[in-house]
Design a protein around this ligand. Structure first.
Ligand code: DX5
Ligand code: ZN
Length: 221
């Protein structure tokens, strides 16, 4: 069986106590911190940037940080996130003028590069850069907001992405983002995903007995 990883999206965390929220989900069994960066330009929302990533590292977070850049242009922020301690850096191919160069910038900075595919973005963007990605991230909602519903057509796209990754023979993670819940995650895993972003499903399910724990929902995944 694949090495499944759960990546809570801190977009749905309490930003007023972010360090504690990240500590809590990691202590409750999460594997990766999914860090949504929105610029009010590429997507219609504004969130957090490299200073917050750096602050989490200074706070003592050692888990992988998965920086999902929904920004345009991307290259300058790539440098900032390398310096801020990101582990994965993923971006949307439509937002970069030179996709191969942006991927190479991430790798040269010692981070793991990935491409993100909106629901209507074709996987053919992978054709000539498969050797340069460590992650393929499929959006199962249109990016910009948490709490939207999973778009079912993403399951076929996941199967196609899984075929491409297996054919490459490279250890590329296949991540899914948007509307992932306890009751659809099994279908999503069967379609080939191995890394699951969940924002609202995790952070809206704080344990009643201990508000610092998310064990029950994380265990259900
Ligand atoms: C949306 C973000 C997601 C978002 C997912 O643009 O990329 O990571 O936080 O939220 P849920 O899991 O609530 O759909
Ligand atoms: Zn995301």
């Amino acid at each position: 069986t694949p090495d499944y990883q759960l990546a809570p999206s801190i977009l749905s965390a309490d930003f007023a106590r972010l360090g504690e929220e990240v500590d809590d989900v990691l202590a409750s069994g999460a594997d990766i911190v999914h860090f949504d960066v929105m610029d009010n330009h590429y997507v219609p929302n504004l969130t957090i940037g490299p200073m917050v990533c750096e602050a989490l590292r200074k706070h003592g977070v050692t888990a992988p940080i998965d920086a999902h850049l929904m920004v345009k242009p991307v290259d300058r922020l790539i440098g900032d996130f390398i310096d801020a301690g990101a582990t994965y850096i993923t971006f949307h191919p439509e937002a970069s003028d030179h996709i191969d160069r942006s991927l190479q910038l991430i790798r040269d900075g010692g981070c793991k590069p990935g491409l993100v595919f909106n629901p209507a973005t074709p996987l053919s963007f992978l054709d000539h850069v498969m050797d340069k990605v460590d992650m393929v991230l499929l959006m199962s909602v249109n990016p910009g907001f948490g709490g939207q519903s999973f778009i079912p057509a993403t399951l076929d796209k996941l199967r196609e992405a899984r075929r491409r990754i297996d054919a490459s023979g490279r250890p590329i993670r296949l991540e899914i983002d948007g509307g992932v819940k306890v009751d659809n995650v099994a279908d999503i895993a069967r379609a080939g995903a191995d890394t699951f972003v969940a924002g609202s499903a995790v952070f809206k399910a704080r344990n009643e007995a201990d508000p610092h724990r998310y064990d029950s929902v994380i265990g259900d995944f």
